[in-house]
Design a protein around this ligand. Structure first.
Ligand SMILES: *Cc1c(COP(=O)(O)O)cnc(C)c1O
Length: 355
């Protein structure tokens, strides 16, 4: 049989592999490949979900109740809050709104795997800027990479997958060099896990008020444990967020996501206790690995970075064989999420066997 004729796809899209998720863990394996929260939902979140709107009805297109709750939490206007099905969706919405053919999107590399796809889907050009040797953003080089064609700059803090933060002072100095008409996305997906002194906090510092070109992105997927429901938010200038509301796929925040996110904000104190537990485990993991003489960068998210270099795929296979699913980046390193208590010793055992 001859091959069917398929519709024409943009060559830059057809050239890419479709998204493939890390393998699901077997029953006795630890899935430490996606920076998920290891805890079950709080009972009050599960109850809120059970009471959610009937599924035959569309959700509220504006996610008004959740936006109002987030606005109250942070003391901003409801219009300064935008909600979407994960903060990855907001990255797509804003890059799509700001950049197209001929435009450039600057981001650090290595950083979040989703970033290279953002300019590509918009028809724009990605400009990756290498991290510093200590795995931090090279903000001077990123500022220097901005041209007349730059429409968006993405700063990820703490940086996924390497772990270090950007400080408030560094970010302020960086903004002085960024033209006011270039959109800056401050991706703070792991903000709740940060314990380092001086870390930038785009919301607490109200950076978007002095700099309306800055939008802060947060998510309920990581610290709040709602990854499976898909809900994230942005705080920024209402007119900048209007652009995201325009490019958003309508009605993609479900009622279930909205009620679970509200219940999670109502239970924030309890969820913060769980975050503190994850931070303790992170410290144990980092210290244990450093004691084995691994050069682990500062870890400020719910994950650590193991610089395995050329041995990355072999190291990942060793973790896999021991029932630990990790996220390898070929030739570079391995990201290991901080998960269940019992996973820590197992990770340390495998890491020791690789020395
Ligand atoms: C996980 C993550 C996000 C958000 O994920 P969503 O589940 O789409 O909210 C955004 N940025 C970074 C760097 C992440 O690691």
């Amino acid at each position: 049989m001859s091959e069917p004729i398929l519709p024409r796809i943009r060559p830059e899209i057809a050239a890419l592999p479709p998204y493939r998720q890390g393998r699901q863990a077997g029953a006795d394996a630890f899935k430490l490949s996606s920076n998920e929260n290891p805890f079950d939902p709080l009972p009050q979140v599960a109850e809120a979900l059970a009471r959610t709107t009937p599924v035959n009805r569309y959700p509220d297109a504006t996610a008004g109740a959740l936006r109002a709750r987030i606005a109250e939490r942070y003391g901003v206007e409801t219009d300064a809050v935008h909600v979407a099905s994960g903060s990855v969706a907001i990255l797509y919405q804003l890059v799509q709104a700001a950049a197209s053919a001929g435009d450039e999107v600057v981001y650090a590399w290595r950083s979040f795997e989703a970033y290279p796809g953002l300019p590509l889907v918009a028809g724009a050009t990605g400009v990756p800027v290498p991290l510093l040797p200590d795995a931090r953003h090279d903000l001077d080089a990123m500022a220097a990479a901005i041209t007349d064609r730059t429409r968006v700059v993405i700063v990820c803090t703490p940086n996924n997958p390497t772990g270090p933060i950007v400080t408030g002072a560094e970010f302020a100095a960086f903004l002085e060099k960024v033209p006011a008409d270039v959109l800056v996305l401050l991706d703070e997906a792991y903000a709740e896990f940060v314990t380092a002194d001086g870390a930038v906090d785009g919301i607490a510092e109200r950076i978007f008020e002095a700099h309306p070109n800055v939008v802060v992105l947060r998510t309920f997927s990581k610290a709040f444990g709602l990854a499976g429901l898909r809900v994230g938010y942005a705080i920024g200038h209402p007119r900048v967020l209007d652009a995201a509301r325009t490019t958003a796929i309508p009605l993609s925040v479900t009622s279930a996501a909205e009620v679970a996110a509200i219940a999670s904000l109502d239970a924030e104190a309890e969820l913060r206790e769980r975050v503190a537990v994850v931070v303790e485990r992170r410290t144990a993991l980092r210290d244990g690995l450093r004691a084995q003489s691994w050069d682990v960068p500062d870890a400020q998210g719910n994950f650590i970075w193991l610089p395995t270099g050329a041995g990355t795929m072999d190291a990942a296979a060793a973790f896999d064989a021991a029932g630990v699913i990790v996220r390898p980046f070929d030739g570079d390193g391995i990201r290991i999420s901080v998960g269940e208590e019992e996973s820590i010793a197992r990770v340390l055992d495998v890491a020791a066997s690789l020395r």
